[in-house]
Design a protein around this ligand. Structure first.
Ligand SMILES: *Cc1c(COP(=O)(O)O)cnc(C)c1O
Length: 370
């Protein structure tokens, strides 16, 4: 038996009849942009996140960059980001012309380390972007205390954290705004690209609704230089189907994570993810560490288990940023990138496959130790 990293087709199969009904509803209505499905999805998703407003946009990168634009953050401004994240967090800052300023992660959780935050704040700092990486919420209480003391805005990068909570509070309304991605592989994925912003700030919500639609709130009236970044009716309708299943699907991810945490404990050379007290991750990814990561990746592939790396190169070492950040050293972020390996996890991953992964990881770790 071979275990793929993620089987998106299986997720379609499980709810095929509901997806087909949603598709048919949209086709029958004959209305494809900014209609009833978007309105309904925005209301349902805002409620799911415990936020007052949700604004659908075209993708997660736009969600993040449009919030920064709405706050009029741009050239000369600095935005604090984690040293280890998907590069889109940084690209959102660069997109508006501002400068990403990286801070180290806490290696236990791979999230922005609040104790490293204060030292990175300058007169130019306007905002901080904690990422809820792999689906575990960053320490928003500690981050918010520092950000508030310095008058900084907080933008959650929640692209991996649909349904995650900490201290009972869901992602999405813990800062001033949160950016979401509905890329197909996310916990709440569309069948194409999609994204959203959630916020409790009515004025921000109003600006974002204009910005995503050519800067227009009323037809033919353009008060802002907006963009075209919309979540279409078809994706909104399909997302509504998946949103209804998300709590159950996240619960299945949690059960798989519990099994991995139990059955892989003590595997030689392997570091398992740490869950902070009071934290209930969405388990978008299950990321382990190993000093011989590449060898482990290969040994698992030979045993039929597909693994991926999120992410093997930190943003400041990628070509897009390497020159500007040539003098920057982030040892904890760099070590994490060099050692991280993502095991298969997903709501449709069966018990047999989980057992297969456990056996393969234990055998591969023993072999490498050996
Ligand atoms: C997926 C992702 C994004 C970007 O989302 P897209 O919809 O692909 O643009 C941003 N940040 C993080 C942490 C992500 O995982």
């Amino acid at each position: 038996m071979s275990v793929p990293f993620l089987d998106l087709g299986a997720a379609v199969g499980e709810v095929r009849a509901e997806l087909d009904a949603a598709w048919t509803r949209v086709m029958d209505r004959g209305w494809f942009i900014a209609g009833a499905e978007l309105d309904a999805f925005e209301a349902e998703y805002a409620a799911f996140c415990g936020a007052e407003h949700a604004i659908g946009v075209a993708n997660g990168l736009d969600a993040l960059s449009l919030v920064l634009r709405a706050w009029e953050i741009g050239p000369g401004d600095e935005v604090i980001v984690p040293g280890h994240t998907f590069i889109a967090t940084w690209l959102a800052v660069s997109y508006v012309g501002a400068t990403p300023v990286p801070v180290e992660i806490d290696p236990a959780t791979a999230n922005l380390d609040p104790s490293a935050l204060e030292a990175a704040i300058t007169k130019r700092t306007r905002a901080v972007m904690p990422v809820h990486l792999y689906g575990q919420l960053a320490d928003m209480t500690a981050i918010a205390a520092i950000a508030r003391a310095h008058g900084l805005r907080i933008l959650e990068d929640a692209a991996q954290a649909h349904g995650a909570t900490r201290g009972g509070q869901p992602a999405g309304a813990l800062g001033d705004a949160a950016g979401w991605s509905f890329y197909p592989g996310k916990n709440l994925g569309a069948y194409g690209d999609g994204g959203a912003v959630t916020t409790n700030d009515a004025e921000l919500a109003r600006r974002l609704r204009a910005l995503r639609n050519y800067g227009s709130e009323r037809k033919y009236v353009h008060d802002l230089r907006g963009v075209n970044s919309r979540l279409d009716e078809l994706q909104a309708a399909l997302l509504r189907v998946r949103l209804a299943h998300l709590p159950a699907w996240n619960a299945r991810r949690s059960r798989i994570a519990e099994r991995y945490l139990g059955a892989l404990a003590g595997a030689p050379g392997l570091t398992l993810p740490t869950v902070a007290a009071g934290s209930s991750p969405s388990w978008h990814l299950f990321v382990v560490r190993h000093a011989e990561r590449d060898a482990l990746h290969t040994a698992l592939a030979e045993r039929g288990v597909q693994t991926l790396m999120h992410y093997p190169t930190p943003p400041h070492h990628n070509g897009a940023y390497a020159e500007e950040f040539a003098g920057v050293s982030l040892p904890l972020s760099e070590a994490f990138a060099a050692e991280c390996l993502s095991l298969p996890i997903g709501p449709q991953l069966g018990d047999d496959a989980v057992a297969e992964v456990v056996a393969a990881v234990r055998a591969a770790c023993a072999q490498l130790a050996g």
